[in-house]
Design a protein around this ligand. Structure first.
Ligand code: ZN
Ligand code: ZN
Ligand code: FE
Length: 742
């Protein structure tokens, strides 16, 4: 049973105040018969409207398309919420003075006007890689302070030439007050350093770089948020070479395409996905690959039916792509999970041996920002990595928060500031496991607090005593609120979508520290103003060898079978190096901690199906289980509460009968979706929130949501924050800012 009425919240960022925006919104809402309100918030205009979904979608489109002429819309974020029952349409009183932080905007992809300019030989910016205007160009990655004026950007060192100054000062010009404005006369310069020591400059630099890529070499290119490593995406040899140098065996590489038409040759692209690809945020979009397309070598995303595709988002990308005319792998300039390199000298030392040449410029990058990643799920955008193009847009919260600094999770870390009615989440910072990541983490903390002039009253962190983030929180001389990992997951979703408590949070992920000393990860939590209660959880099993099981799905399979007292010997072939020692592991409480982790259950299932015994990156086995799934299979294995025993027994029977992996995987997924519905019925709460890294799995999210909705529940999945641990800091900020902890 779907409810016909929805509420849409639009946050419109940019120069949108004092230009007649609110009366325009009022008239548009009246015309479409929508109820709600509009107000000037501290960061732009905020609109909430109730109505039927198709009308709200039309409204959202027209707000941008028909905006007042003087308004400059830099970014729009939409969130679908429960209908609020508004009556009429109000222009509400402004909330506080526009904060200087109103101009902390994300980096925006090159606009069509600027693209036309660099393509036209008649223009003075023809072929100039640093062309931008009020509607496009770098923002967050070049801003050193507030307010957002040229002296507070890394363009401060470039003195405007008379022609640029005239544009900058002319209110009728599209570069009026465009802070990073530049031209070949006065702006940053481009050069290419090759390994042999030769250097080329300007247009010769990108032409030469294109030549190297065409010849199968790897080029490190300084982009917007850091260095990208580029090579020919058609060439198995070039891509394999990059893999070897980057020590990245199988993890998929993102690919940058010359244009939308070429993406369509390699992948299936829906209307919505095309909009995202061409948006100002220009994220990587996970798309289903066309089978047997000659455009992209299998090496780019081996054994993976999905491909991360993106379009050029900076003038330099456009110039390179036009010169090449074929897609190129474009992956972060780093070694495995370290932060992306951003400074010239840093890149030359950190990426030495990875790249054959460096395409660089002299516009400094203040803070790194990886490419964001999104995918389609439930007919909406699901963000998997929130960085360039999205950060640091604030999330509006329905309730005011006390000022809190949240330090986030251990893996896929982000940090967050919460105050008044907003939470600002940093860009994706990475896993806090290396010195380089810890540096980035510390830098982001002080950087955000300084930019926003932020004075926290408390710090929020994870319950895990040994995380670097926890220790950092303890060193801050602030009261510390410790928030359980899965509680934070659910709270992040509640914050994002203003979900009224109580809710049943289904928080399924890899691992999180539980207050009982076991490892949690398959949780059903009832969350309200007073904290959370563990209503149910997946049946626990032992993780043979502890942390090692994260990298070895076969160990998860061993733990699962041992838990059920099933014969273990069928697993012997999976442990050729030493079965005798391995089979004893599950019985050792010291070596094999107990967990309720859903992620490890997926890993174990993938192992039993013979899909994968060792992970070369986090979540690989679980992904292969989703990838092999045969969606035409409607069957479901039975479950009993949070107990997966009947699911696993039925799966083993099917495997032994030789049922194809795709069908077993579908029945496994469907069984878990039904388990969620059954537990939700037991809990008896109307609202169910699905969160945690496992819900990056679009099939599981969609299946569980559909079954829950059919059973009458209101279902929430993430829209602006990633379901993985990138959302933890926001959840911590929300709980601590509201005092919603026990
Ligand atoms: Zn532009
Ligand atoms: Zn100039
Ligand atoms: Fe998590």
């Amino acid at each position: 049973m779907t409810r016909p009425l929805r509420r849409l919240r639009l946050s419109v960022f940019g120069a949108v105040q004092g230009v007649g925006f609110r009366p325009f919104v009022f008239r548009l809402a009246e015309e479409l018969g929508l109820q709600g309100w509009v107000l000037n918030g501290p960061c732009g205009v905020i609109i909430e409207v109730d109505g039927e979904q198709h009308l709200l979608a039309r409204f959202a489109g027209r707000v941008v398309a028909e905006k007042p002429r003087a308004a400059v819309v830099a970014a729009v974020e939409t969130v679908w919420l429960d209908a609020a029952g508004f009556r009429g349409f109000d222009i509400k009183k402004s909330e506080g003075a526009p904060a200087p932080s109103a101009w902390l905007l994300p980096d925006l992809a090159t606009c069509p006007d600027c693209l036309a300019e660099i393509s036209s030989p008649k223009e003075r910016r023809h072929g100039y890689p640093f062309t931008n205007c009020t509607l496009c160009g770098p923002r967050f990655t070049i801003q050193t302070g507030i307010p957002y004026d040229r002296p507070n950007t890394t363009m401060a060192g470039f003195t405007l030439c008379p022609a640029c100054r005239a544009e900058y000062e002319d209110p009728a010009d599209r570069r009026f007050h465009a802070q990073p404005i530049a031209c070949p006369q006065c702006g940053p310069r481009l050069w290419l350093d090759e390994s042999g020591g030769s250097r080329s400059e300007g247009a010769a630099a990108w032409r030469q770089a294109a030549g190297l890529i065409r010849r199968g070499q790897v080029v490190a290119m300084k982009g917007i948020g850091g260095f990208l490593l580029l090579c020919d995406a058609r060439s198995p040899g070039a891509v394999r070479c990059l893999r070897e140098r980057k020590r990245r065996n199988e993890k998929p590489f993102a690919v940058m395409f010359p244009d939308l038409a070429s993406i369509r040759q390699a992948c299936e692209v829906s209307e919505l996905e095309a909009v995202w690809l061409e948006s100002a945020a220009a994220p990587i979009v996970l798309l289903r690959r066309q089978p047997h397309n000659p455009l992209i070598t299998e090496e780019a995303s081996p054994g993976n039916p999905w491909l991360g595709a993106m379009l050029p988002y900076a003038p330099l990308h456009h110039l390179l792509m036009k010169e090449l005319g074929f897609p190129m792998v474009a992956t972060s300039g780093n070694l495995s999970e370290e932060p992306i390199a951003k400074d010239n000298e840093e890149a030359k030392s950190r990426l030495r041996g990875l790249a054959d040449a460096f395409l660089m410029h002299d516009r400094p990058i203040v803070r790194h920002a990886d490419d964001s990643i999104v995918r389609l799920a439930r007919g909406r955008q699901l963000v998997l990595r929130r960085a360039r193009g999205f950060a640091p847009l604030p999330l509006r919260t329905g309730r005011p928060l006390r000022p809190v600094l949240a330090l986030g999770a251990h893996l896929k870390n982000t940090v967050a500031l919460g105050w008044e009615r907003q939470i600002v989440v940093s860009q994706h910072l990475g896993d806090l496991e290396t010195a380089a990541s810890l540096d980035a983490f510390r830098a982001a903390l002080s950087d955000l607090a300084r930019l926003y002039g932020f004075q926290p009253e408390r710090a929020a962190c994870d319950l895990h005593p040994d995380y670097a983030s926890t220790r950092r929180a303890e060193s801050l001389d602030l009261p510390v609120v410790r928030i359980q990992h899965h509680h934070a997951h659910v709270a992040a979703l509640m914050a994002e979508q203003d979900i009224a408590p109580p809710v049943l949070g289904v928080a399924w992920d890899g691992l999180g520290f539980g207050p009982d000393g076991t490892i949690w990860g398959g949780e059903f939590l009832v969350v309200d103003e007073k904290g959370f209660r563990r209503f149910a959880h997946l049946r626990q099993f032992s993780l043979p060898g502890g942390e090692a099981a994260i990298k070895e799905p076969r160990r998860c399979a061993l733990g699962l079978l041992a838990e059920l007292g099933l014969g273990l010997d069928r697993l012997a072939p999976l442990f050729p190096e030493g079965w005798a020692a391995a089979r004893k592991l599950p019985a050792s409480a010291a070596l094999s901690p107990r967990t309720s982790s859903a992620g490890r259950l997926f890993d174990g299932m993938a192992s039993l199906l013979g899909l994968r015994q060792k992970n070369s990156f986090e979540g690989q086995a679980a992904m292969s289980l989703e990838h092999c799934l045969d969606a035409s299979e409607a069957g479901a294995y039975p479950a009993k509460g949070g107990d997966w025993e009947p699911i696993l027994r039925a799966a083993l029977e099917d495997i032994d009968k030789g049922v194809p992996a795709g069908k077993v995987s579908a029945r496994f997924h469907n069984g878990l979706a039904r388990m969620i519905v059954a537990v939700a019925k037991d809990a008896g709460l109307e609202r169910v929130a699905l969160t945690g890294g496992v819900f990056q799995n679009a099939y599981l999210s969609e299946k569980a949501a559909a079954l829950l909705e059919a059973a009458g529940f209101l279902v929430y999945t993430h829209q602006r924050l990633p379901p993985n641990d990138g959302c933890i800091s926001a959840g911590q900020a929300y709980v601590a800012g509201l005092g919603w902890h026990a």
